[in-house]
Design a binder for this molecule. Structure first.
Ligand code: 1HN
Length: 345
């Protein structure tokens, strides 16, 4: 226990060459890399993206690359620990900022990873998910579960931007990531289920015998309701931060199998120091102002900024104004794998 393990260099060169020729390698020099003591040793580094800095770059992409040439016009938020161009923001979470201009349509496709949009700015954008037309308004959370057809459209007159979060790194790692393309979908002429069947929390369509429910019954969570719920909760909770998890209204489970989403309100003047968590996370500021220290790095944030935290990060938030954030995390996956954990700081 705790002894220093043997290195590759200690072994005779002819033995190392013979192992290489046989297609094998000794485990012991690599043992502590794959199984560090006590806690993981993440590659992921804390990341921060200022929206005012991204915005002109995104608009430039709008001038340079028509949506037909991009399929999806997105700037990817790369984990600083993996470097520019990395297709992930943490080990399990991909993030990108997507721009759609008035009159544009992003073609329909379906893929194995799941996507979630958090709307950043602009009016008139919509997504069609399996025939259901979902208006996109600032702060809304819109799900595109893996296996559901989706395309994006825009009836408004100003650019629309949203943050995409996908479990793409997992699917890519599993060599399970692929898409199928198709024609734009016919849209059902009615409001989405969040405005009809699931308008009111605690009420679901009557469970008549034999009436089946969709696996993902509600795919749009309007921000106006989320904010109203947080503002009410903060008045009565003993916690310094109000937190609400987005769940499937039929099952109460997390909205997707791998990714979880938590709406947070940090009141002005409040400091919050959550326990260390085995999940990694991305924080998107719907609105507010404050600063967050993650493993010793401090980020000053404002409206529409995004920042990330590796697994077991030591996180301290301080809000200057009443601040509303959505946290994207991989707790649902870790719970299914049986190792989600929180530790005292
Ligand atoms: C995707 O399908 C979308 O549908 C956005 O808007 C970003 C990033 C990687 C793979 C698929 C979209 C994506 C994506």
């Amino acid at each position: 226990m705790g002894e220093t393990l043997g290195t590759l260099e200690e072994l005779p060169q002819e033995y190392r060459d013979a192992m290489t020729a046989a297609g094998v390698a000794p485990l012991w020099p690599m043992m502590r890399n794959v199984l560090p003591h006590d806690r993981p040793n993440p590659v992921t580094k804390p990341g921060y993206w200022n929206y005012q800095a991204l915005r002109p770059l995104l608009h430039r992409a709008g001038e340079l690359t028509p949506v037909e040439k991009a399929e999806r016009r997105v700037l990817v938020l790369s984990d600083p620990g993996r470097g520019a161009g990395a297709m992930q923001a943490t080990a399990s979470i991909y993030l990108g900022m997507q721009l759609l201009l008035p009159g544009e349509a992003a073609p329909a496709h379906v893929h194995t990873p799941s996507a979630v949009r958090i709307i950043v700015e602009g009016k008139g954008g919509y997504t069609v998910v399996d025939g259901e037309r979902l208006p996109m308004e600032e702060g809304d959370l819109v799900l595109t579960p893996g296996g559901d057809w989706h395309d994006h459209g825009h009836d408004g007159d100003e650019p629309v931007v949203w943050l995409d979060a996908l479990d793409l790194p997992l699917f890519y790692y599993l060599e399970g990531s692929y898409a199928v393309e198709g024609p734009l979908q016919a849209q059902r002429n009615r409001p989405d289920a969040g405005q009809v069947e699931y308008l009111s929390s605690g009420l679901v369509p009557s469970r008549k015998r034999g009436a089946g429910t969709r696996k993902y019954p509600m795919v749009r969570y309007p921000w106006t309701r989320t904010e109203a719920a947080l503002r009410e909760l903060i008045k009565y909770t003993d916690d310094t931060v109000a937190e609400l998890d987005f769940v499937n209204p039929e099952t109460g489970a997390d909205v997707l199998p791998t990714m979880g989403f938590t709406a947070m309100m940090i009141p002005a003047g409040t400091k919050a120091a959550p326990p260390l968590q085995s999940s990694s996370g991305a924080f998107h500021v719907v609105k507010g102002r404050g600063k967050t220290t993650i493993d010793g790095e401090t980020f000053d944030w404002g409206d529409k900024d995004t920042f990330t935290a590796p697994v077991f990060a030591k996180i301290t938030h301080e809000a200057e104004e009443d601040s509303f954030l959505i946290r994207v995390h991989d707790r649902p996956l870790q719970e299914k794998l049986g190792y989600y954990e929180e530790r005292a700081r």
